[in-house]
Design a protein around this ligand. Structure first.
Ligand SMILES: Nc1ncnc2c1ncn2[C@@H]1O[C@H](COP(=O)(O)OP(=O)(O)O)[C@@H](O)[C@H]1O
Ligand SMILES: C=C(OP(=O)(O)O)C(=O)O
Ligand SMILES: [Ca+2]
Ligand SMILES: [Mn+2]
Length: 667
C-alpha cells in the first residue's frame, strides 16, 4: 500500500485532509461572537470536509505511514471501515496464498486483504492459472478468504470484541478472552512426524514427549486445518520473529482463526518493524492454528479430538481442537529445541535477567516454579521469562513477550506484572466484575491457569534487545510440595547436571477435592515436554558452557517448608527474593555452608533477610520422623526416575558422567 501517493481514487482522503479533519472553531469577530444572537455563528459558518456520514467516518482514521517506501505501488487499498496494516503489497498476499494452498486440489484459495465487512473493494491475488479441469472447481475455490495481516493491537481488540464471544476490555485496558474447553496445554495430543531424518535425530520412546505420527496423517490434519481456515470469512496472519540473536533469528508465520490468537502471538513473538515486515519474504516456519476445529479419530495416530502436530521436514505445525494459546508459543519452542542445537546453541526452558553490573542469571524450572515471577525483578533487567538460547556469545531471549500466571496476583507482591496488565495485554480465562470490569485474580471459576500475555517492554526494566553476556548463575527452581528440599543450596557442576536432568518439581494436585499428597513430576531439562533431542544432548551442552564460563549452580525450593502441603506452608515469596538477591550479589557464594544428609546439598547457615531456622529444612519441621520419612520417599522417587539415564553418557567426558550418577541422593 502506498503511503500518501495513492491515486487510484478508491480512497479519498490525503494525509493533509486527515490532519485537518475536524473544523476549527474560529472566533474572527472576537467578543461579538459571544453575544447570544451570534451563538450559532461558528456552527453555521464553519466549513466541513465531508458531505456524508460515511465521509465523516472516513476522516476519523488517518492512513498509516510506513517507515519505508513500499515496493509494490498503491494497488492494494483498504476500505473505510476495515483494519489496515502499514505494509501489504502483492508479495505478502501471494506468500499467504501459497501458505493456505490446498494440497489435494488443483486450485489455491483466493486471498484478499482486509476485513470482509469493509465496504470498499480491495485488491486480491487471483488464483494461479492451472490446467485444472473445470470439474475440479469447488465452492471453496470460488470464495475469498480475507487476510488480516499483522493487525495492530487496537485493530485486534476491535475484531475480538465484535466477533469473538467472551472478549471484553478490563478496567485496566487488557483484553479478557476465553480459550474455550482447553485452559492448558495438551501434551498427550502432541505428535511429531517420524521420517527418515527425525527417526534417528529425535528422542523417541519412554519418557519422550515426541509421540510419533506419519507424514500422511500429518497431511490429512494439515489439509483439515487449511480447509477450515479457508472456509472462514477471514483469517489472521502474523509474520514475526523468534530469537533476539540476529544471526540465529527465525521467521515465523502464524495463521489463525481468532483475533485473540493473533494478539497473543503479536505479544509473545518478536514484532518486526514496518521495514522488516516489508522485506519479510518466506517464513522459516508456519503454524496453522484451526483452534476449536477438531481432528478426528479416523485419522491414524489420533486419540482425541485435539492434535498438535509438528512436521520438522515441512517446517509446519498444525493445531486442531484446542484454542489454548500457549500451544503456539510452546510448539515453536520445541522447534527451537531442534534447530538451535544443530547450530551448537543451547535452548533453555528458563527465565533470564541481568544485574546493573552485567551479571546474568538463568532460572530453570517447570511450570509454576517461579521463572516468570523471579526473573521479573525490579532491581534487574529482564531479558526474558521463559525461553532462551545460550550461544558462543551469550544469551538471547527467543520471545518478545512474557506469559505470566495470574492466579492470586497482587499489586503488592508482583507490581511489575500487575502494571503490565494494561492495554494490549491478553488476559486469558480470568473472572471480572460485569460492570466495573475489575478482575478478581483470586477467582478460579474458569481455571486455575489464568494467564496474562504482554510484550516484554511492558516490564519497565526490560532489556531491549533481549540479549546478554554469558550467565554467572544458573538457578534451578523446584516447587517442592513435600517440603524437604532446602530453600537454597549451592551445587557443584555434577549436582547441577544431576538436578537439571532430573527436572524435579512437586505441586499439589490442582483443584481436586481431598487431594492432599503432593505429586512429584520429573521432567528432563526442566522442560521434557518441549525438548526434541535426548536430554543428555542438552545436558552435555549445559555442562560444557557452565564449565567454560565458571557459572555457579543453585537449587532453590520455591515450595513448602516446615511440612508437606497441608501441614507446612509455602515459602514466602519475599524470602525467596532475598535468597535470589544474595545469589545475584555474590554474598551467598561467600557464606559458610553445611551439607545435608541423603541429598548431600550444601546449605548456607545464613542468608540476609531470611530466618535462619528455615534454611535447614529439618529444623522447620516439628515432626522429625515425618521429615525423615518424607525425605527418604522423595529420594526414592529421584532414584527411580534417574534409572533411565544411568546407561547414558553425558558428552564425551566419562568422568563427568560418573560424577553425575554419584550426585544423586545417597541412602
Ligand atoms: N516463594 C515463591 N517463589 C516463587 N513463586 C512463588 C512463591 N510463592 C508463591 N509463588 C507464586 O507461584 C507462582 C509461580 O509461577 P510462575 O512465576 O508463573 O512460574 P513459571 O514461570 O516457572 O511457570 C506465582 O503465581 C507466584 O506468585
Ligand atoms: C506456557 C507454559 O509455560 P509456563 O507454565 O512455564 O509459564 C505452559 O507450560 O503451558
Ligand atoms: Ca511462566
Ligand atoms: Mn514456562
Amino acid at each position: 500500500m502506498a503511503g500518501n501517493g495513492n491515486t487510484d481514487g478508491e480512497f479519498s482522503f490525503s494525509a493533509a485532509a486527515a490532519r485537518d479533519a475536524l473544523p476549527r472553531i474560529t472566533t474572527e469577530k472576537g467578543a461579538k461572537s459571544t453575544t447570544s444572537s451570534d451563538v450559532c455563528h461558528d456552527d453555521t459558518a464553519s466549513r466541513v470536509n465531508f458531505q456524508t456520514i460515511d465521509q465523516l467516518h472516513s476522516l476519523q482514521k488517518k492512513r498509516s505511514a510506513p517507515t519505508t517506501p513500499l515496493k509494490e505501488g498503491g494497488g492494494v487499498v483498504m476500505g473505510t471501515s476495515g483494519p489496515t496494516t502499514p505494509v501489504s503489497g502483492e508479495s505478502m498476499l501471494q506468500s499467504v496464498s501459497a501458505s493456505l494452498a490446498s494440497l489435494t486440489r488443483e486450485t489455491g484459495p483466493k486471498v484478499i486483504r482486509g476485513d470482509p465487512t469493509s465496504a470498499a473493494k480491495v485488491a486480491h491475488v487471483p488464483q494461479t492459472p492451472t490446467s485444472a479441469p473445470a470439474a475440479d472447481v469447488s465452492d471453496s475455490s470460488l470464495k475469498f478468504t480475507h487476510v488480516l495481516h499483522n493487525l495492530s493491537p487496537a485493530e485486534l481488540y476491535e475484531q475480538a470484541i465484535k466477533y469473538e464471544k467472551g472478549s471484553f476490555v478490563t478496567s485496566t485496558g487488557a483484553l479478557a478472552t476465553l480459550s474455550g474447553a482447553k485452559t492448558g496445554r495438551s501434551p498427550k495430543d502432541k505428535r511429531v512426524v517420524k521420517d527418515e531424518t527425525t527417526a534417528s535425530e529425535l528422542w523417541w520412546g519412554k519418557g519422550s514427549p515426541n509421540i510419533e505420527m506419519d507424514e500422511q496423517s500429518f497431511l490429512v490434519n494439515r489439509e483439515r486445518a487449511v480447509d477450515y481456515l479457508n472456509s472462514l470469512d477471514k483469517v489472521f496472519v502474523n509474520d514475526q520473529y523468534l530469537n533476539w540473536d540476529p544471526e540465529n533469528r527465525i521467521k515465523v508465520r502464524i495463521v489463525s482463526a481468532r483475533a485473540y490468537h493473533s494478539l497473543f502471538m503479536h505479544n509473545m513473538c518478536i514484532r518486526p518493524t514496518a521495514e522488516e515486515l516489508e522485506n519479510f519474504g518466506t517464513p522459516d516456519f508456519t503454524i496453522y492454528n484451526a483452534g476449536k476445529f477438531p481432528c478426528n479419530r479416523f485419522t491414524h495416530y489420533m486419540t482425541s479430538s485435539t492434535s498438535v502436530d509438528i512436521n520438522l521436514g515441512r517446517r509446519e505445525m498444525v493445531i486442531l481442537g484446542t484454542q489454548y494459546a500457549g500451544e503456539m508459543k510452546k510448539g515453536l519452542f520445541g522447534v527451537m529445541h531442534y534447530l538451535m542445537p544443530k547450530r551448537k546453541i543451547l535452548s533453555l526452558h528458563s527465565g533470564c535477567n541481568m544485574g546493573k553490573e552485567g551479571d546474568v542469571a538463568l532460572f530453570f524450572g517447570l511450570s509454576g516454579t517461579g521463572k516468570t515471577t523471579l526473573s521479573t525483578d525490579h532491581n534487574r533487567y529482564l531479558i526474558g521469562d521463559d525461553e532462551h538460547c545460550w550461544s558462543e556469545t551469550g544469551v538471547s531471549n527467543i520471545e518478545g513477550g512474557c506469559y505470566a500466571k495470574c492466579i492470586d496476583l497482587s499489586r503488592e507482591k508482583e507490581p511489575d506484572i500487575w502494571n503490565a496488565i494494561k492495554f494490549g495485554t491478553v488476559l486469558e480465562n480470568v473472572v471480572f466484575d460485569e460492570h466495573t470490569r475489575e478482575v478478581d485474580y483470586t477467582d478460579k471459576s474458569v481455571t486455575e491457569n489464568t494467564r496474562a500475555a504482554y510484550p516484554i517492554e511492558y516490564i519497565p526494566n526490560s532489556k531491549i534487545p533481549c540479549v546478554g553476556p554469558h550467565p554467572k548463575n544458573v538457578i534451578l527452581l523446584a516447587c517442592d510440595a513435600f517440603g524437604v528440599l532446602p530453600p537454597v543450596s549451592k551445587l557443584d557442576l555434577a549436582q547441577t547436571m544431576y538436578h537439571f536432568i532430573s527436572g524435579y518439581t512437586a505441586l499439589v494436585a490442582g483443584t481436586e477435592e481431598g487431594v492432599k499428597e503432593p505429586r512429584a513430576t520429573f521432567s528432563a531439562c526442566f522442560g521434557a515436554a518441549f525438548i526434541m533431542l535426548h536430554p543428555t544432548k542438552y545436558a552435555a551442552m549445559l555442562a560444557e558452557k557452565m564449565k567454560a564460563q565458571g557459572a555457579t549452580g543453585w537449587l532453590v525450593n520455591t515450595g513448602w517448608s516446615g511440612g508437606s502441603y497441608g501441614s507446612g506452608s509455602r515459602i514466602k515469596l519475599a524470602y525467596t527474593r532475598k535468597i535470589i538477591d544474595a545469589i545475584h550479589s555474590g554474598s551467598l557464594l561467600n557464606a559458610t555452608y553445611q551439607k545435608t544428609e541423603i541429598f548431600g546439598l550444601e546449605i548456607p547457615n545464613e542468608v540476609e533477610g531470611v530466618p535462619s531456622e528455615i534454611l535447614e529444612p529439618m529444623n522447620a519441621w516439628e515432626d522429625k520422623v515425618a521429615y525423615k520419612d518424607t525425605l527418604l520417599k522423595l529420594a526414592g522417587l529421584f532414584r527411580n526416575n534417574f534409572e533411565t539415564f544411568t546407561s547414558h553418557k553425558i558428552g564425551e567426558d566419562g568422568k563427568l558422567t560418573e560424577e553425575i550418577l554419584a550426585a544423586g541422593p545417597n541412602f
